[in-house]
Design a protein. Structure first.
Length: 725
């Protein structure tokens, strides 16, 4: 078997790390490599959560070069990919070939249009998901995992989880470094004996070998003659780097297809001015063997692009994949923060940059929308830069032309830098963000070493700046509408709950995370008289301005009828009649209760709202039997019966909207039981702490399709809260 070749940056994989970390990585690598042989897969990778718990980071990759995996070295958990699905859902993710990839992960299929199958498993130990392991098979793998493969994957998952757990317990949690550990099989070079070399050279065709990174490791004289370059110039180089006429992405894509799918690939290319060559690629774990022959192809039958000898070569295929990958990600970005994070996660590592800053045009100034890799104090000095200032960021935006500075001397010749603003970077790319003729801002990539920007890099970065500008323009509009929606929502909710003797209260409101519409959930506390308080919570159907307007009208109506002295049933009946008079098509659920602060009880009426939870002074939690009525707005005339709930000192009543317990795939009874468990564990501390505990899980959720309101009431003693008189 060919020996493995490791590629890692100092401090990230094999250098400048302590012996314990080295042993952990070696143990993980050995287990992953052994499993790759046992499973017959050609690619394997290990991802672990990054410290911010927002992304998965690639620790090691076996079988692919870094050029392939750059866009996926850091995968945000908010995205939909096989590795994130396995992490979030704690399940085996199996994608059986190209068609399944298109069906399940269309955005990923766009940038990986190759025949291969993959499996991803979560690494679970002690109830926690410590990472995921990914394995890939060539395109000829069957549509199903065999029982043997499934068992081997389960065993691999358990072993890797144990190794990660043990490393964490030893104080050495495995983390993804600045660069992943890349393991590629190196062939020793075919034809190492004179007889084998002589045998191959007798063939009428040319033969050459590429290693796993695409570099030529062996070239026959016949192949060199066909390619039109001496052997010494070809060895150690990638064909598309040393031969301009092979730089078209159509040709490099065939190499990528052979590498990813492990299937034979072929193409025909024109060696200027008029010589057609046929290439056939035979891949395996150590690299690719290439056969080269003369091809009899008429110009009109040419299967690929023809380039003149002096023509500018097209952009590399890898660059196109970066553009496609970023485009698919940016299409999912909602706000400005999402766009900045994607630029930092995808573009910065792909081009070897160390820092990025995104500046947006606001009025007559450039504001810092976000940055990564810069010290906070330094980047703040560039915030609010006037658009009249002589800076490269302003010039790129106003002129619409990108600017590239390959060294500090080159930058400072054109833009002398004040000492207090001098950073530690050594090369920069200033990209204008212009969308549909509008000045959106500038994107700055910074490099910690002098950097030569090739023609291809400049072309790709310029193309990417257009994608970023469009995404940033959409994101700014989204953020503005979201801010407006949430501002309106907050204006319709009470800014503070009144202080009531004998009753402690707390409330929480969480807007939904899906979309930017206004929610219809509401709550209120009102003082009716010295010994009586009212409480209401409700949920208007819909998430739009109409729902918010109706919510405000319902809250106002309930307050008006309640302060006039009506009992809870009458309050809801009159509010229901008002809704019908408004001729709205919306419905609303609602609970209104009136608390007797002296008698220590509450009268409650419900209009189709989820039943509250009651915690008695002795710690028992139950769902009280509530005589319910239909939702508001369903019928013109209806009644709402009353339910009497005792509230001795120490009683806690929890009112909530359905968004707190309803979620896709979650059983309502299980969710209600879990909510009751949190209430039961409450240790009679501050009610605000209980409100936080009840909503913490929902608050941390990335996807909330509904908004949430929670209103808590606790009966307290006169000594604790002051006399009622």
């Amino acid at each position: 078997m060919a020996r493995d070749s490791r590629s890692a940056a100092p401090g990230s994989g094999t250098d400048a790390i302590d012996q314990g970390v080295r042993q952990d990585l070696d143990a993980l690598l050995a287990r992953l490599d052994a499993a790759r042989d046992r499973l017959g897969c050609h690619i394997a990778a290990l991802y672990v959560p990054e410290p911010d718990a927002e992304r998965l980071g690639l620790v090691m990759m076996l079988g692919l070069s870094r050029e392939f995996v750059r866009p996926w070295e850091h995968v945000p958990l908010s995205t939909t990919t096989p590795v994130t699905d396995a992490m979030r859902d704690r399940r085996l993710v199996w994608v059986a070939g190209e068609e399944a990839m298109v069906r399940l992960y269309p955005a990923l299929a766009l940038v990986l249009p190759y025949a291969f199958s993959l499996a991803v498993l979560p690494l679970v130990a002690g109830g926690a998901v410590l990472g995921v392991v990914l394995t890939c098979w060539p395109g000829w793998h069957s549509a199903e995992l065999s029982e043997t493969e499934h068992d081997a994957l389960m065993e691999l998952s358990a072993d890797l989880a144990r190794l990660l757990r043990d490393a964490t317990a030893a104080g050495r949690p495995v983390r993804a470094g600045p660069e992943p550990l890349m393991i590629t099989a190196e062939s020793g070079g075919p034809g190492t004996t004179e007889s084998l070399t002589a045998m191959v050279e007798r063939l009428p065709e040319g033969m050459c070998a590429l290693d796993a990174r695409g570099r030529l490791t062996w070239v026959t004289p016949r192949a060199a003659n066909l390619l039109g370059a001496p052997v010494f110039r070809l060895l150690g180089a990638r064909p598309w780097d040393v031969l301009p006429w092979l730089r078209d992405p159509v040709y490099e894509d065939r190499y990528r297809a052979a590498t990813a799918s492990r299937q034979i690939s072929s193409f025909v290319a024109l060696r200027p001015p008029d010589r057609w060559l046929a290439f056939r690629l035979y891949p395996d774990a150590s690299g690719i063997t290439v056969r080269i022959n003369e091809a009899d192809v008429a110009p009109q039958d040419a299967p690929g692009p023809m380039l003149a000898a002096d023509a500018e070569v097209p952009t590399r295929a890898g660059a196109y994949y970066h553009i496609l990958h970023l485009a698919s990600k940016l299409a999912q970005a909602a706000g400005v923060v999402d766009v900045v994070d994607l630029v930092a996660d995808q573009i910065v590592p792909s081009f070897g940059a160390r820092a990025v800053a995104v500046l947006i045009a606001e009025g007559d100034r450039l504001l810092v929308a976000g940055h990564r890799g810069y010290p906070p104090g330094l980047i703040d000095a560039f915030d609010s830069t006037p658009l009249t200032a002589a800076t490269p960021g302003v010039h790129a935006l106003v002129s619409g032309a990108p600017a590239f500075f390959e060294s500090r001397e080159e930058l400072e010749r054109m833009y002398p830098v004040r000492p207090q603003l001098r950073d530690t970077m050594s090369a920069w790319a200033y990209l204008p963000l212009v969308a549909s003729g509008r000045l959106v801002g500038s994107c700055v990539l910074a490099f910690d070493q002098p950097h030569h920007f090739t023609v291809h890099e400049r072309a790709v970065l310029t193309s990417l700046s257009g994608l970023i500008a469009q995404a940033m323009d959409r994101a700014r509009m989204y953020d503005a509408k979201l801010e407006l929606a949430h501002g309106l929502q907050e204006s319709l909710l009470p800014h503070a709950l009144p202080l009531l003797p004998g009753l402690e209260t707390a409330a929480r409101y969480l807007p939904g995370t899906e979309g930017m519409d206004i929610g219809g959930d509401f709550y209120d506390i009102l003082r009716i008289d010295r010994g009586t308080a009212g409480a209401v919570i409700g949920d208007v159907q819909g998430h739009n301005v109409a729902a918010a307007a109706l919510m405000g009208q319902i809250r106002t109506a309930v307050r008006a009828y309640a302060t006039a002295g009506a009992d809870p049933g009458s309050v809801l009946s009159q509010t229901n009649r008002l809704m019908n008079d408004l001729d709205t098509n919306l419905l609303a659920s609602c609970i209104y209760l009136r608390v007797d602060l002296i008698g220590r009880y509450a009268l409650l009426a419900s209009a189709g709202h989820p039943r509250p939870l009651l915690r008695t002074p002795d710690g028992e939690v139950r769902v009280p039997k509530v005589a319910g009525g239909i939702v508001l707005g369903a019928e013109a005339v209806t009644s709402y019966p009353l339910t009497r709930i005792p509230m001795p000192v120490g009683t806690v009543l929890a009112l909530y909207t359905d968004g707190l317990i309803e979620a896709p795939g979650v059983d309502l009874d299980d969710a209600l039981h879990a909510l009751g468990g949190k209430l039961a564990r409450f240790d009679d501390g501050p009610l605000d702490a209980l409100a936080d505990a009840l909503t913490r899980h929902a608050e941390q959720a990335r996807h909330r399709t509904d908004d949430i309101a929670v209103l808590l009431l606790r009966s307290v003693s006169a000594e604790r809260d002051g006399a009622l008189a």
